[in-house]
Design a binder for this molecule. Structure first.
Ligand code: FAD
Length: 294
């Protein structure tokens, strides 16, 4: 059984750097340890909070009554077998991409600016530049307290920033099917995509990625918030990014409550001024849902 750590501040495990403690934290290194941790949570009556890089996660200031899970060692290892890349759920996208490139396999380039893990990518069906996890994923090893099962991509109900994974399921591993591509071409594509990102998004600030999903229609969530004059708007230590209005930056000393207050205000203004009800993309943990818009 993996060691259970108590009262670990989740601010340290998220890219925005805010949030209170989880009741407990486990760092399982293989599937057996993961199953044991899940049984511990069930026996203790704790919810589960798998945390990848915490790059689309906002944790409440008072923390969360859950067992947080960080997948380590075997559960974050990466190997290539022919045109299949097999990765632990805790493997970072950066490592997967580098291993794929070194093996002359393309297909993951779109993920170069998504600072998450394989498991977080499945849960969110993360994507960029017209591609998402559903384009490369073959199957995922899904683990619950009752055991493990490989689940094919077609059964994961992946759509725009959504998966049908049950809340108490953990992605312990994935298999991506990739395509042969010269490493130099992969490097060139990644360099171009990263440069584009740096021009348009606050990649050097502490954020949790997209605040809201893009609504249907031609105008993205960031543009709608920007049109309301909210770029640079600050509450406490949180600021709507002056570079891209669908990001909230921790400008120093931000709290989760500051971030939520900005989200509430942005949603209200976008509804009043553009008639669009924005839906959040960021995952909340230990936080109530945003107030209904009327
Ligand atoms: C600068 C920046 C740019 C970004 N750009 C993009 C982008 O272009 N496109 C995009 O889609 N996203 C983007 N994001 C958001 C984020 O990187 C993605 O959603 C990413 O897939 C989240 O992965 P993670 O491992 O960090 O998950 P976390 O943020 O840690 O968690 C997100 C959700 O996934 C769950 N989860 C994590 N690991 C597992 C697991 N192993 N099994 C089951 N559930 C799990 C968590 O419980 C939570 O519900 C960006 C974020 C930042 C900070």
């Amino acid at each position: 059984m993996t060691e259970i750590e108590r009262a670990i501040p989740l601010a340290r495990l998220t890219t925005i750097g805010v949030g209170g403690p989880a009741k407990a934290l486990a760092r399982p290194r293989n599937v057996d340890e993961l199953v044991a941790a899940l049984r511990f949570a069930r026996d203790e009556g704790l919810a589960l909070l798998p945390v990848g890089l915490g790059s689309n996660l906002l944790v409440g200031d008072d923390g969360v009554d859950a067992l947080a899970l960080r997948l380590e060692r075997d559960l974050s290892a990466v190997e290539v077998d022919g045109d299949v890349l097999r990765a632990g759920g805790g493997a970072t996208n950066a490592v997967c991409l580098h291993r794929a490139r070194d093996a002359g396999l393309g297909g993951l380039e779109f993920a170069c600016a998504i600072p998450g893990t394989a498991g977080g990518g499945v849960r969110m069906n993360a994507g960029a530049y017209g591609r998402d996890w559903s384009d490369v994923l073959v199957r995922a090893l899904v683990v619950g307290a009752e055991g493990e099962e490989w689940v094919g991509v077609g059964e994961l109900d992946l759509s725009y920033r959504h998966s049908g994974l049950p809340a108490d399921a953990v992605v312990a591993a994935v298999e991506y099917r990739l395509v042969p591509r010269p490493p130099a071409d992969i490097r060139a594509t990644v360099a171009e995509l990263v440069a584009r990102r740096k021009d348009t998004q606050p990649t050097n600030k502490r954020t949790f990625g997209s605040v809201f999903k893009n609504p249907e229609g031609d105008t993205g969530a960031g543009r709608l918030v920007e049109l309301c004059g909210l770029k640079g708007h600050r509450i406490g230590g949180a600021v709507i990014s002056p570079k891209h209005a669908n990001f909230i930056e921790n400008a120093g000393g931000a709290t989760s409550a500051d971030c939520v207050a900005l989200m509430v205000e942005a949603r209200r203004r976008v509804l009043d001024e553009h008639g669009v009800a924005l839906e959040r993309e960021v995952v909340f943990a230990g936080l109530p849902e945003l107030p209904a818009l009327s």
